[in-house]
Design a protein around this ligand. Sequence first.
Ligand SMILES: C[S@@+](CC[C@H](N)C(=O)[O-])C[C@H]1O[C@@H](n2cnc3c(N)ncnc32)[C@H](O)[C@@H]1O
Length: 212
Amino acid sequence: MTKLYIAGIGPGSADYVTPAARNAVKSAKITIGSKRALDLFPEANEVVPLNVKDVQEKLEMGVDMVNDGKSVCVLSTGDPGFSGVLKPIKRIIEEKGLENNINLEIIPGISSLQLCAARLEISWDEADLMTFHGRENSLEVMDILDNGRPTIALPSRSTADMAQFLLNNGVDPSRKVAICERLSYPDEKFVTSTLKEVAQSDFTYMCVMVIY
Ligand SMILES: C[S@@+](CC[C@H](N)C(=O)[O-])C[C@H]1O[C@@H](n2cnc3c(N)ncnc32)[C@H](O)[C@@H]1O
């Protein structure tokens, strides 16, 4: 039976790509991913690039190709199971009624949250993980913010927007916050600051935010 691999590629640098992800790409006839992801796999056979506007279409195409007997590997930033492509692909398989036809194999990757925790020397079994990626900021973060554990979060739009959301909901402006930007890349940056300062600063979208 042909396979649909979903491979985590890690936070971005080739140093964090696992041999298991490389083997999945080598086994697949077609590899689907963003340009940034595909660039990490020169060993890929045929490639199908995707961009933010056609993710759904390309993921559906990938599922159809597997159903037609071709093995496919879909690349997912970080880990596929944390704000990654595992969820949309499972939804597509279910909507197409192909649960019994598609042989899925998930290759975990090193999540940006894991690398953030490592950089900031946080044991992430003692932290709360949250994501607002692909959705709006939500008040559910308020339920855990004062439980004594750091919250490691993927912001919705930007770190400034998330900081402002927390300020608007009464969180102390001097609350300690850390931002890890472009993890694993040569221009990686991590800064510790306050909520108020983060609300006024300008980071790229590629950030993990920690609220202490
Ligand atoms: C679609 S989500 C993917 C998350 C991914 N599945 C993971 O486990 O890291 C994309 C978001 O992850 C975060 N992210 C991904 N790579 C990153 C990196 N190298 N440095 C900082 N944040 C990163 C950013 O918040 C970005 O907007």
